[in-house]
Design a protein around this ligand. Sequence first.
Ligand code: 5GP
Length: 191
Amino acid sequence: MKALEEKILKEGKVFAGDILNVGSFLNQQIDPAFMTEMAEEVYRLFSGEKITKVLTIESSGIAFGFAVARRFGTNLVFAKKSRTSNQNSDLLTAVIHSFTHGNDYTATVSAEYLSEGDNVLIVDDFLANGQALKGLIKIVHEAGAEVAGCVAAIEKGFQKGGDSIRGSGIRVESLAIIESMSDAGITFRPQ
Ligand code: 5GP
């Protein structure tokens, strides 16, 4: 998505440890109009699919997931990263290694929100080593539902998560794929 690549070039900041900061429009501050444009692109990519649920993980996937779910006219479900007392005990779970925090956590979704027969589009803000998306795929399968595909707003193509998930036969679409990034600049994989 050309507009996203341009926004990354204009507003993105490359941090140590292969981290891209896009706090100005995707994470710490949300640009709703641009989020809506990104959701429109996701809708175009998956227009042939009957999506019944969108699934993401808190917290930075929620705004993008909300926009995508609104475009498809479905509900958004989000996995929680820590258990809270307002969840019931029937939980779908996956242990995920956090790219940004470097620790393991257990992601949970209440089983009542995903069912057999659902065709689920999984979305997240970033795709790096693929641990978050793989955890969400496990949760969908545990529910007996189908994975329609995965969408990342931004994939870091020099990390191997995207290739690994595609290799398992699951469709992965990323609105921008970064081929390389450093203080000297950011390059994108042509799509
Ligand atoms: P993965 O599980 O694919 O290794 O990492 C994806 C998760 O880590 C995303 O949910 C995202 O929140 C976070 N993440 C990975 N790389 C980056 C990055 O470069 N910038 C930001 N802001 N988050 C990232």
